[in-house]
Design a protein around this ligand. Structure first.
Ligand code: 13P
Length: 267
């Protein structure tokens, strides 16, 4: 029997939480529900300065903490930076990297160095890729982003790698404009083909997990669950709304139950 992993919901709080009590309250507000989910795992990614406070409350495999970025060197004269090691020591196990909202602040090789450092610390990088527009060059833009990262990163432990397809045109616009499940599947096809070339094997690529992100909420998550091959979701705007999150968890759980996943994941 094939053991199916849980769906992963990554809550990228971005800069939308501004007080420690708020961060802690938000994390705790869904904790009891998350700890009981059978088919869903949740990773909350608070702003750096609240990671430690929030991570103190982690006591279940279902509910973990991540960071929104991290500096690749462990320590040293780097004013204002927070290292991967510091994030790990604070309790983060995942790090979002290469987010489109940060790419103007970092070079391609910065992103690759960060991914390498996160993997070296046995943490999980959530690497964001996505084209700016669905124009005639979108596939090329997407494959270039993958080459920029993976041609510079050790090809070990693909099971620790998560790639989030987040088309820039779908993220946090004033008007919600999520990709369709068909657009996501087209992108996934492009991504997997390129990764197979880079990793030179499909076995490694089969171990990588793929998420969708961009204007995702309780109204459109089912479309992806039903029609797309997706290991989970990266959510922004609704990631600090417990009511919407809990509806999304329920939709994932119901979907997975309907799919008759016979074995619950043990970690
Ligand atoms: P939205 O869900 O607000 O579109 O943001 C997606 C995102 O950027 C998650 O990292």
């Amino acid at each position: 029997m094939i053991r199916k992993p849980k769906k992963l919901i990554v809550a990228n709080w971005k800069m939308n939480v501004t007080k420690e009590e708020e961060a802690e309250g938000l994390f705790l507000s869904i904790k009891n529900v998350v700890n009981k989910l059978e088919y869903t795992k949740v990773v909350c990614c608070p702003p750096h300065m609240y990671v430690n406070q929030v991570a103190r409350h982690v006591d279940h495999r279902n509910y973990r903490v991540g960071g929104q970025d991290a500096y690749p060197e462990e320590s040293g004269s780097r004013t204002g930076e927070t290292s991967v090691l510091m994030m790990k020591n604070a309790g983060a196990e995942y790090i979002i990297l290469g987010h489109s909202e940060r790419r103007h602040l970092e070079t391609k090789s910065d992103v690759a160095r960060k991914v390498t450092a996160v993997l070296e610390h046995d943490m999980v990088p959530i690497i964001c890729v996505g084209e700016e527009q669905r124009d005639r060059n979108w596939k090329k833009a997407l494959t270039q982003q993958l080459k920029d990262v993976f041609n510079r990163v050790p090809k070990k432990n693909p099971e620790n790698i998560i790639i989030a397809y987040e088309p820039i045109w779908a993220i946090s616009g004033e008007k919600k404009n999520p990709a369709t499940s068909t657009e996501y599947m087209e992108a996934l096809d492009v991504i997997k083909k390129e990764l197979k070339k880079i990793f030179k094997t499909s076995t490694a690529v089969d171990k990588i997990r793929f998420l969708y992100g961009g204007s995702l909420d309780d109204k459109n998550i089912e479309e992806f669950l039903k029609n797309a091959e997706v290991d989970g979701f990266l959510v922004g705007r609704v990631s600090h709304d417990p009511r919407i999150l809990m509806t999304m968890f329920r939709l994932v759980e119901d979907h997975m139950q309907r799919e008759m996943f016979p074995i619950k994941e043990e970690e």
